[in-house]
Design a protein around this ligand. Structure first.
Ligand code: UDP
Length: 318
């Protein structure tokens, strides 16, 4: 049985990736320090002998805690919502830099493949639309978002260096906006924010005029793309995301339509450097991996709304 190591295993994406790897027959060692992860995301695995968990801050070296052979290392640990990385600037910088080194060192020592979770934030506030992997981006290196954007760009750089100089078999996925069960209700991102507000009968908070665009990928589609990439021989970045683009105002209206609610939309200030447009060009993923998203927004949002409803009921907030 092959072993996979997943950093950030208690996070939204890390936990779904762990489930997929177990379903594919891997033994999984998950690491997390719960800085933004949640033990509840792994609770269903407590009796699964093929899953083991190590509480660990991966910005500190951890290779000596991993015994035996490892086939693949997935580095998914990081604060990922704008609110989180603004509250955790140094943790975010360190997990993109030190922790990527540590995860690559583990892959190198074990002769394992390596896949790093990068981001569409590498494109910054893009001048090229839709974004293709060969676009170098428009990132403000000193703005408030730079703690995340530049850490992830550094993560890509160090990953390519380990590939070129140490011959590690590396992969880079650039993840676009993703949503689904196990997102944190209060991580500040637009999907949990709007759904939480709608379910509690509150106005939906639109930052700026709501003319900025995003494209939302359902988590099962994203994980499928990432799994396929991990099995490929490709080393340059690959965009994984859903190319259906809509404005944030349209997105708010979609949530209201699906929930059948009538609530006001209120405007709040647009955060500094908030990208005005974002949509992945997924030609590379289609051609290389035979991948494209299958879950439409309505279906994915219904699943996600049901999940958040359950969370709010558990908190007695509904
Ligand atoms: N946004 C919004 N209201 C909210 C939260 C976010 O209008 O309550 C906007 C935000 O300004 C951005 C988009 O929704 O333009 C997506 O924000 P998110 O934080 O989900 O992720 P980003 O794509 O900016 O990383």
């Amino acid at each position: 049985m092959k072993t996979a190591v997943v950093t950030g295993a208690a996070g939204f994406l890390g936990s779904h990736l762990t489930d997929r790897l177990l379903a594919e027959g891997y033994r999984v060692i998950g690491l997390d320090n719960f800085i933004t992860g949640n033990p509840a995301n792994l609770a269903h695995l407590k009796d699964d002998a093929r899953f083991s968990f190590i509480e660990q801050d991966v910005t500190l070296p951890f290779a000596d805690r991993i015994d035996g052979e490892v086939a693949v290392v997935f580095h998914f640990a990081s604060p990922a919502s704008p609110i989180d990385y603004l509250e955790l600037p140094f943790e975010t910088l360190k997990v993109g830099s030190y922790a990527t080194h540590n995860s690559l060192d583990l892959a190198k020592a074990k002769g394992a493949r390596f896949l790093v979770a990068s981001t569409s934030e590498c494109y910054g506030d893009p001048h090229v639309h839709p974004q293709k992997e060969d676009y170098w981006g428009n990132v403000n290196s000193i703005g408030p978002r730079s703690v995340y954007d530049e850490a992830k760009r550094y993560a890509e750089a160090v990953t390519m260096a380990y590939h070129r100089y140490h011959k590690v078999d590396t992969k880079i996925v650039r993840i676009f906006n993703t949503y689904g069960p196990r997102m944190r209700l209060r991580d500040g991102r637009v999907v949990p924010a709007f759904i939480g507000q709608a379910l509690q009968g509150q106005p939906l908070t639109i930052f700026g005029e709501g003319t900025q665009t995003r494209s939302f990928c359902y988590v099962s589609d994203l994980i499928d793309g990432i799994y396929r990439l991990s099995q490929s021989d490709f080393h340059e970045p690959v965009n994984i995301g859903n190319p259906v683009e809509l404005t944030i105002r349209e997105f708010a209206e979609r949530i209201l339509r699906i929930t059948g609610l009538t609530l006001p939309l209120v405007n709040q200030p647009l955060p500094t450097d908030d990208p005005k447009q974002r949509r992945p060009d997924i030609t590379r993923a289609k051609t290389l991996l035979g991948w494209e998203p299958k879950v439409d927004l309505e279906t994915g949002l219904k699943e996600t709304i049901a999940y958040f409803k359950g969370r709010l009921q558990a908190e007695n907030a509904l």
